[in-house]
Design a protein around this ligand. Structure first.
Ligand SMILES: [Zn+2]
Length: 268
């Protein structure tokens, strides 16, 4: 009986151990193993760099913005006597273009009367994206919704014939009402009904790693709430600028949106 139970446990335990995968392109992440006696404290473009333990080693995980120029980049820190730099090389990546038709034209060309709201929300979003708390981070992520991944990160997007910002996250197609699980522990730092994103929730996972979930039909958390990994934070919906129900998940690291798929095993 004990043997059978053990077998079942082995079968039903999650088999994928998610951990970040390096991708040295704009929108990707750099991963630099630190010396055992190196306590971190690095900056990348003046923003603090996340350090986590992977396989018993300390690793700096650096978010690379979509706007980053290719070529040599570095993280650095200074002590009393010198500046320490660690270099890495960023290669170009060509992201594809996606054409999208939005029925609600106001979400593509807002009215003049919408602009105050949009600008106020933009400030709140920027503040949330660059939020920083010095805490341990669990980078072993859960996928927040089971569904089909569509609209991949970084795509240049044309809404109703007009070029807009590149896609800043991962879209997962799922029906309205599907529970959204927190991919990792954290704290709710922003939420509300936003013009473009619809109902949204920001979770601070620590050390500049920030999740943003958009287009929710329902928000099931409160501002400042401490969230555990796997906790339901809301339900999938179709609020804001969308063509249908799906979860939009953006993942920010040191102030930049990066591809959330890099926190999961590579697709086969
Ligand atoms: Zn999206």
């Amino acid at each position: 009986m004990r043997y059978l139970l053990l077998t079942l446990l082995i079968i039903y335990l999650p088999v994928t151990f998610a951990q970040p995968r390096q991708s040295l392109v704009p929108g990707g992440i750099a991963m630099i193993e630190l010396d055992p006696n190196d306590t971190g404290g690095y900056l990348f473009r003046k923003k603090p760099v996340l350090v986590t333990q992977i396989d018993g080693k300390y690793v700096a995980v650096i978010g690379l913005p979509l706007s980053l120029s290719v070529g040599e980049q570095f993280i650095e820190k200074s002590d009393a006597t010198q500046v320490h730099r660690k270099y890495f090389e960023v290669a170009a990546k060509q992201y594809s273009t996606q054409h999208i038709e939005i029925k609600d034209k106001r979400k593509v060309n807002p009215y003049a009367s919408d602009m105050d709201r949009i600008l106020a929300e933009k400030k709140r979003k920027q503040k949330a994206r660059t939020h920083y708390t010095e805490t341990e981070v669990d980078v072993d992520f859960l996928l927040p919704v089971k569904g089909t991944k569509t609209g991949s990160f970084g795509r240049r997007r044309v809404f109703n014939g007009q070029a807009k910002r590149p896609h800043s996250g991962m879209d997962i197609a799922a029906s309205t009402g599907t529970p959204i699980l927190a991919p990792s522990a954290g704290t709710v730092i922003e939420l509300g009904d936003f013009f473009f994103s619809g109902n949204l929730v920001y979770i601070d996972h620590g050390q500049g790693l920030i999740s943003m979930f958009a287009h929710l039909s329902e928000i099931d958390v409160t501002l400042g709430e401490r969230i555990s990994k796997g906790q339901v934070i809301g339900k999938v919906g179709a609020t804001g600028r969308v063509t249908g129900p799906h979860l939009h998940w953006s993942l920010g690291l040191n102030g930049s949106w990066i591809d959330p798929a890099l926190f999961f095993a590579a697709p086969d």
